[in-house]
Design a protein around this ligand. Sequence first.
Ligand code: ATP
Ligand code: MG
Length: 724
Amino acid sequence: MPDYLAALNPEQRDAVLSTEGPLLVLSGAGTGKTKVLTTRIGHLIHSKRAFPGQVLSVTFTNKAAAEMRMRVSHLLFGEAAAPQEAASLWLGTFHSICAKMLRRHAELVGLTPQFTILDDDDQQRLIKALLADNNIDHTKFPTRAVQNVIQSWKDRGLTPDKIPEAAGNYTLPQVAAKIYPAYQARLKALNCTDFGDLLLHMLVIFQSHPDVLRQYAERFKYILVDEYQDTNVAQYLWLRLLAAYHKNLCCVGDDDQSIYGWRGAEVGNILKFEQDYPGAKTIRLERNYRSTSAILAAASGLIANNETRLGKTLWTEASDGAPVRIKSVWDDNEEARFIGEEIESFQRNGIALKEIAVLVRAGFQTRSFEERFLTLAIPYKVVGGLRFYERMEVRDTIAYLRVVSQPHDDLAFERIVNTPKRGIGKATLEQLHISARSRNSSLYAAVEHLLSTGELKGKTGATLQKLIAQFDTWRGKLGDLSLAELADLLLEESGYRAMWQADSSPEAAGRLDNLRELIRALGDFPSVAEFLEHVGLVTDSATQEQGDMVNIMSLHAAKGLEFDCVFLAGWEEGIFPSQRTLDELGTAGLEEERRLAYVGITRARRHLTITHAANRRIYNQWQSSSPSRFIEEIPTETLEFLDGGPYASRSNGPSLFQREVESILQTRVETVAPAASNGLSKGMRVFHQKFGNGVILNIEGDHLQIAFKHAGVKKILAEYVEPA
Ligand code: ATP
Ligand code: MG
């Protein structure tokens, strides 16, 4: 028996050796599904059942594809082999494989092989123009909403002639139905596709040119698919067509890990596999090789709360290991501090940073970790997303703040002069540049100059006049308002926040969260200059991407991966399960959130820690939050509650708060000089939970006289305020 087979357990080996006919490997996390798939590819080639070019393998991300390619090369050509050895394998995501196919047959759908795949911005611009052509009000039917409906049709494999009839009068589906054929025609005229088209065009070609389908269906003797539970209808149809000839389709997946329903994934695809492929063999793997038994028991106990599932048994030979730890913290700062310390301690115990992951539900949660890790000089990377201060909406807001504090910052001014859209076009910008160059001034000064000479006229002139006036007003408020208040105001008055509120894409909500988080972060800085300096440092230290680093990522991005130590942060009602998902999808949404929790827990090999904060600050308001229901759903015997219990931070609120204040004061003493012995000094801006922001007028022992912005002058015990 070759080594690669000897390394497998009997069920896994069966899955590798059952090469002929449809096969489904349906089993829980960490049971070796991906390992089976990789070994199977290697085995098919090694045993000469197929040439590499006759095997089609589909994975979920490019990263997973690259990893798989490497493993197959090692298996076939030894550990020293380069991934190129397996270059002729058709191995990639649905998108990348369809793009490769479509370039060969582009003319069949009226494109040339050099077609461009449009990015999101360009798609929106196209749809916007089409809405205008059709006299459809884009404030009532936002571009993004129309784009989403079209995308969802494409996910379901529906070309414009096949979309369902929409009831009602002048509804979004009706508007989208009107735009869809025109949009497709425009894409074709421009020799472009969007992402959904890659698959859709191939479906169309397969249906209208049976010879092309036959060519591929005959060629791919073996087809393998990982994470089958997250395929959508279009992908499902594409696979069925390709597998119709040889019927050697092997799909692996786990219904409990279906987490992309919101993007059109149909868990039903995996559940009806045996029906779709009569005579299919199903293999269940039950031994988990990844996690300790405590982690596995926690995951199994949690997912048992879902009603719509097949149900499976999982066992491990690994020792019990450490219990799953639950840590209650006061707020997100303490959460970041705690996890930072834990990581340092893991590191001291010889665990590599790349073996550690912090998984979050929502993008905004990464900020506090990023800042804490920078302070502690713990290298980190944000996997599958941007670092907080590099995100578009955060950079846009920072650009506004830069222009407020430094009107002559041309880069910042150019970034936001037409964001949100104000109708300032290329021609106007050119005019500004020419004037600025000739007078050796900034763009901002050029606007002022051209307005004064009357050279900027009409609508453009009025718009710029208003913008300059707004910047003057905001600048005037620099002293009166706290930074957070100022940012809040300018996001409101500039229409920037409204722009994202009007956007109905799935990402828009996350962007609004990030704006809120940014405002929260601004609360920690006394001036724009200090904040900008901080951002400069943060972004500067973020250039390095290689080496041993902690992984920060979303639960969604962590699918299929594994780490020695995992931290699951922010397990609070509203954040996780996400309130938005519950509101939109009800019980189905709750079950998908629970599957996401299951995915999170099962990423851990040896150590798992779940944290929840008792308070979150939204803008400048503290909101108390309760621990996620998912914590209660994990069997208690697998858990260890640090600090005595899940509600410790609530019942011991004041003492935790006390500690929090003390630690804030300590950091202040180190970083802000000179300060009174308790870290607070006259003139300092402070924040009080009930009365909000204020400035210290006087210090008498441990009592402070504070002038609050809204509540007037009050005498307050020092321990109840914190520096703002
Ligand atoms: P997920 O559902 O999270 O995608 P999976 O079922 O794909 O998990 P793998 O990632 O393939 O599981 O395997 C989990 C871990 O178990 C990997 O580290 C893998 O190398 C190891 N493993 C799998 N099978 C065996 C085996 N027979 N012997 C030793 N280790 C194994
Ligand atoms: Mg896997």
